[in-house]
Structures are given as C-alpha cells and as structure tokens.
Design a protein around this ligand. Structure first.
Ligand code: V47
Ligand code: SF4
Length: 415
C-alpha cells in the first residue's frame, strides 16, 4: 500500500495550486486498487472533518411534477395538458399547501425545507415569491433551500417583464430564499447533454446562475448525475469544472459551493430504463473521486435516497462526510419507501448509520453550522451553536400531538 499522505500532501494545498490532474484522477478511478482510492479519499475527508459525519433534520417538498422538459433520465415529470387523463398522477401544490407542509416540518423541529419542482408552464413568478414569503412568515427560522439553476432560468423567462438571473435571485432572496440546492448540473458535456437532456439549458447557464448566486452571497451546492450515458472521463471533467468555479468564487465572491452531491442514476420509469444504473462499487468510487478532485469544496454528500442508506453508510469511510437528512417525502426518484413518496429516515436511524461507520454524528443546519437541541416535557428547543436558542417545537409522539395549541416561538425575538 502506498503512503497515502505522500500522494495527498501536494493536492490539498489551501489555494489548490497543485490539484489532482485529469490524468491522475482517471488513473485512480480506473485502477483496480480500490482500497488505495478509498484510503486516499478517507484521509482527505479526515483532514477536513476528522471523524465528524453530518446530517440534518429537513423536509424535501416537490411543488409540482408538471414539466415543460423531458429529460431522458427523469421519471418524475408529467407533460402539461388541460384534459386530465384517467390515471392522472399530476399535481401542483398551492402556496397555502406549501406553507402548511413547511410549518408541519418546522413544528416538528426541522431546520430546513428543500424545495424543487418541474418547470411548470402556467405558474407565474409571483407563485414562487409568495411561496418563499409565506414560508418565511409562518416559519421565521426555517432555512429555505430552493430552486435549481434550471428553475431560476425558467423564472427569468416567465417573469413579466423578463428579469435577469441576478434580479430573479435578488427578489427570491428578499422573499426569504436562504440558499440553493445543486440540481440540474447533470454532466457538463455537450455530447451527454444532447443524448440525455437535450432541451435543458447547458453548463454555461448553470454556471451563470451559480456565479450570480455566489456574487449575491447565496451559498449553493453542486450535483453530478452519474451512471447513465457518460464516461468516467466525462465525470472527472465535470468535477474539475466545479473545482475551477469554486476557486473563482473563493477568490472573489461573497459565497461559494458548500457541497458536492454525486447523484446515482435511478433508471426505473425513465426513458433510459434499459440502462443498468451504477453498481455499488461505481457509487463508492465516484464518491471517493469527487472528494479527491473537489479539494476546495468543503463537503461531499451521499444523498441516501439515491445511494441507499446502506451504501451512504459505507461511503462515510470513502470520502463522504454528509448523508443529508430525514427527507420524509421525495417524489423525484423512488428507490426507498416501496415505491411511495414517503421516504424517511428518523434521526435515530441516521445517527445509527453514522455511529456504526465509526463516525461522530453532527447535526448541521443548511450552512453546516452545528445545531444544538434540548428537550424537556415534550418541548424541544433548537439553535445554532454559539447563538441563542432559535425555535421551540413539539417533540411529543404524533398521536398525542396537539396541532394548533403549541405556539412556535422565535426565542431570539423574545429574549
Ligand atoms: O436535478 C432526476 C436528478 C436532481 C433522476 O443540493 C435524478 O443538497 C437520479 O439536485 N436518478 C434533483 N437522479 C435532486 C438534487 C438534490 C438532491 C439532494 C440534495 C441536493 C442538495 C440536491 O435529481 C435533478 C436531477 O439531476 N434526477 N432524475 C434519476 N432518475
Ligand atoms: Fe423536468 Fe427536472 Fe425532470 Fe428535466 S429533470 S424533465 S427539468 S423535472
């Protein structure tokens, strides 16, 4: 076994002057010596985070499955039609429904809502502004992480009059948007783009949105959808593009990428359902190589919904330091939850996965600040380490929960 630190030392310089080259990354990725790859990624992960592994208490909400696009890898979208088919599973959530779902999560102690949806042909930009403002008002300290770069581009087109990316982001920020998820990146490559998601905006626009967000001080994430029609080399080029963008943001912008989320392609129900999707080893190697290439992006997340809880757990020793959160409902892919959208891990299960992997569970908020909690007589309090308690919530079991009697109190305001 090689001495991993002699390989790692030159690539983890703070200013990233000597990052892993394309050729070295590809050699590592394709090497049969999977243990050296895992050990290297783990050594870097430990250098950055020790044995800490992060999770959060969140709620994913997908506001509509109508979409004007038809990405071949996607089984979530439904075309919009005025005539309702007999077996119609299309939906769109109203603003009051979005607020009610967010409030339900907030009242149970969630720190984040993660909101994304299809590109709806009829909803106006006001719908999204009202959604953010309504959630902000009903749940003052709930972090709203919402809208992929593709949705932001869609909003610039539907706004009347049309708006620039920066104008859309500023209006959303004023309405309550806290940060942005990393979706829609897929694979930054023209061939893959034309084969798998031809009508979606490409890499230039994806980076335009994230550049504008970082300039406005909005932190974002970055995804890579792997295991469909792309090659290992195309994955590595994608990761290098993220690293280069991050270097610019760290140098000159107010915010940057917090984490990379390699998303394992789930073929079922999509136009690419004939493909096998990534194997477990492919998942592990991709997570590890993401850690080693994106040295200047602090966190690597294995989103357990797509990698499965079991593999997400194993990956905690392969470069991953974050396994996302409780999620609760997820409509875009259905690997867990026996084909239903109810896909939830309890905090106990998240912690168990982490502890069994030999790591220390750390509850984080969206911006990776440590969350602290205290519980007494069915009442919980959460806050961010070093600040006053923020939110009081109900920890009683669902059957004994009183729906409207418990007031959520913003303790910062009260103190
Ligand atoms: O943009 C669509 C992907 C993304 C499939 O930022 C698929 O913390 C696998 O971006 N198989 C949305 N993936 C999800 C996303 C995300 C998820 C978790 C955390 C964060 C974060 C972001 O899902 C889409 C698309 O790339 N996707 N279909 C599929 N069949
Ligand atoms: Fe629409 Fe997103 Fe699915 Fe593409 S991936 S079809 S943009 S919902």
């Amino acid at each position: 076994m090689k001495n991993v630190m002699t390989i790692l030392d030159p690539i983890i310089q703070e200013d990233c002057v000597n990052p892993l080259s394309f050729g070295d990354a590809l050699r590592l990725y394709e090497s049969p010596d999977i243990f050296t790859l895992g050990e290297l990624a783990n050594a870097l992960r430990e250098q950055l985070h020790g044995r800490n592994a992060y999770y959060n208490i969140n709620r994913h909400i997908n506001y509509t499955n109508y979409c004007v696009l038809r990405c071949k890898f996607c089984s979530f979208y439904r075309p919009y039609s005025k005539e309702k088919a007999e077996l119609d599973d299309t939906y769109e959530l109203s603003v009051p429904e979005m607020i009610a779902r967010s409030k339900e999560a907030y009242d149970r102690g969630a720190t984040e809502v993660h909101i994304v949806g299809g590109l709806h042909p009829k909803l106006s930009f006001d719908y999204y502004l009202e959604m953010c403002a309504g959630i902000r008002q009903a749940c003052p300290h709930l972090h709203i992480k919402a809208f992929t770069a593709i949705e932001i581009i869609h909003f610039t087109r539907i706004a009347k009059p049309r708006l620039s990316i920066a104008e859309v982001l500023t209006k959303l920020q004023e309405a309550g948007l806290g940060s942005m998820p990393g979706g829609g990146a897929e694979i930054f490559d023209d061939r893959v783009h034309d084969e798998a998601f031809k009508n979606k905006v490409g890499e230039a626009e994806w980076f335009d949105v994230h550049r504008a967000a970082h300039e406005l001080g909005i932190f974002t994430n970055a995804t890579m959808l792997y295991g469909h029609v792309e090659t290992p080399g195309e994955r590595i080029k994608h990761l290098i593009k993220l690293r280069e963008h991050q270097a610019e943001s760290l140098r000159s912008r107010r915010a940057h990428f917090n984490c990379v989320i390699p998303l394992s392609f789930v073929p079922d129900g999509s136009a690419l359902s004939h493909l096998p999707g990534p194997s477990g080893l492919d998942d592990l190697k991709t997570l590890a190589i993401s850690r080693l290439v994106c040295t200047n992006i602090p966190h690597i997340k294995a989103f357990w919904i797509m990698q499965t809880p079991k593999l997400a757990q194993v990956s905690l020793n392969w470069g991953v330091d974050d396994i996302d959160g409780t999620v609760v409902y997820y409509d875009i892919t259905k690997r867990e939850g026996n084909g239903t959208t109810h896909q939830e891990l309890t905090v106990d299960r998240l912690k168990r996965l982490i502890v069994e992997a030999g790591c220390a569970p750390v509850e984080r908020d969206t911006l990776y600040r440590r969350v602290i909690r205290e519980e007494c007589n069915g009442i919980g309090l959460w806050g961010v380490n070093g600040e006053a308690w923020r939110v009081k919530y109900d920890v009683s079991p669902p059957e004994s929960r009183r729906t409207s009697t418990l007031q959520i109190v913003a303790l910062n305001a009260a103190n």
